[in-house]
Design a protein around this ligand. Structure first.
Ligand SMILES: NC(=O)C1=CN([C@@H]2O[C@H](COP(=O)(O)OP(=O)(O)OC[C@H]3O[C@@H](n4cnc5c(N)ncnc54)[C@H](OP(=O)(O)O)[C@@H]3O)[C@@H](O)[C@H]2O)C=CC1
Ligand SMILES: Cc1cn([C@H]2C[C@H](O)[C@@H](COP(=O)(O)OP(=O)(O)O[C@H]3O[C@@H](C)C(=O)[C@@H](O)[C@H]3O)O2)c(=O)[nH]c1=O
Length: 299
């Protein structure tokens, strides 16, 4: 019998990282290792956990050499856009330097390296979805760090995949950050007013689809960049109106806003729709819709 693949998931206390850990535990065909910057916030059976600050390169190298994974799914990051603007050196250290540390060990030990990246590598100045071939040009600190990490990986590694995701949604656990789909749903349910930008267009990604996409990347060992995102394109304001319609809630609660210094002040790219055609064609990737999530899954 073939030995089980050993997968290491970084950022395992984070929203996407924990979903991935639970998803691969359910497969029952992988040996799982999980790390995060703090102690295990949601301990269960089925994986080995190690607290690890990824900016401490010596400890990172020693740990990876010790557990010898076949695959590393690297989700850990400073993902808060404001945090990256306020502390760019911290963002650089985690989002770029740590990738170089892990990537260098991955190369030495022939580990399959999978990096989570973002639509924010683009400047958002166009009107049709970006493909993997389009030239990135980030406009904020977060996007710049994520692009530099992508470029380092492409230059130095051969056994890798970069999964670009966007506006990830799903049910967060206590202590994890929430997301815009949850915010809209919860405010509408409580009859609270919502202010949503009408000039930022996105292809929101269900977190379960990221698990599926990464599973396919691991099994097919396809190299390169893949847009692992949803297939629906909305402005955030349109997303709010659509969710109100699906839930039978009053759309008058939703107010459109233009991104400016008073609302949503940090520069964010206006149009970052990602085309997922490559992932569908090459990997057989399928997507969940907002309707599936809110109505079929009845979350
Ligand atoms: N959320 C989104 O909408 C999007 C996310 N992405 C990308 O997807 C990935 C996952 O994002 P998301 O689920 O939001 O992540 P979270 O922000 O929920 O989690 C990030 C995790 O990174 C860990 N971390 C931060 N700094 C360090 C460090 N120095 N050493 C070790 N671990 C550290 C944190 O650990 P701890 O909690 O233990 O402190 C945290 O659990 C990221 O790479 C992000 O850039 C891309 C596009 C959209
Ligand atoms: C909370 C809130 C957000 N928004 C908008 C702003 C933005 O376009 C969208 C999502 O807002 P957020 O604050 O979640 O995140 P934002 O910082 O824009 O999201 C980004 O996060 C990083 C990690 C990424 O990589 C990107 O893909 C993207 O998802 O919703 C409103 O219009 N009103 C609101 O009250």
């Amino acid at each position: 019998m073939k030995p089980m693949k050993r997968i290491l998931i970084t950022g395992a206390n984070g929203f996407t990282g924990r979903y991935l850990l639970q998803y691969f535990m359910q497969q029952k065909t992988y040996e799982l290792f999980a790390t995060s910057n703090s102690t295990d916030k949601y301990p269960t059976q089925g994986y080995e956990y190690q607290r690890l600050d990824l900016t401490e390169s010596g400890n990172v190298i020693a740990y990876i050499q010790k557990i010898q994974p076949d695959v590393i799914i690297h989700t850990a990051a400073i993902s808060g856009i404001p945090q990256c603007e306020e502390n760019p050196s911290q963002a650089y250290s985690v989002n770029v330097e740590a990738v170089k540390t892990i990537g260098t060990v991955a190369k030495k030990l022939a580990i399959h390296f999978i990096q989570l990246s973002t639509d924010f590598v683009f400047d958002g100045k166009r009107e049709i979805p970006y493909t993997e071939e389009d030239i990135p040009a980030p406009i904020n600190e977060y996007g710049k760090t994520k692009l530099e990490a992508e470029q380092w990986i492409q230059k130095h590694l051969t056994h890798y995949a970069i999964a670009r995701v966007a506006v990830v949604y799903g049910k967060p656990k206590d202590g994890q950050h929430t997301n815009i789909v949850e915010i809209i749903q919860s405010k509408l349910s409580n009859n609270e007013e919502l202010h949503l930008v009408s000039d930022q267009w996105r292809t929101p990604t269900y977190v379960g689809d990221i698990c599926q996409g990464i599973h396919l990347l691991i099994e097919k060992e396809e190299k390169g960049i893949f847009h692992i995102c949803g297939s629906e394109l909305f402005s955030i304001y349109e997303l709010g109106l659509y969710i109100a319609k699906l839930l039978g809630k009053d759309s008058c609660l939703i107010h459109p806003e233009i991104s400016n210094s008073a609302f949503n002040a940090i520069p964010r790219p206006p149009f970052t729709a990602l085309s997922n055609a490559k992932a569908k064609d090459i990997l057989g990737y399928n997507t969940t819709t907002i309707y599936d999530y809110l109505v079929e899954f009845r979350v």
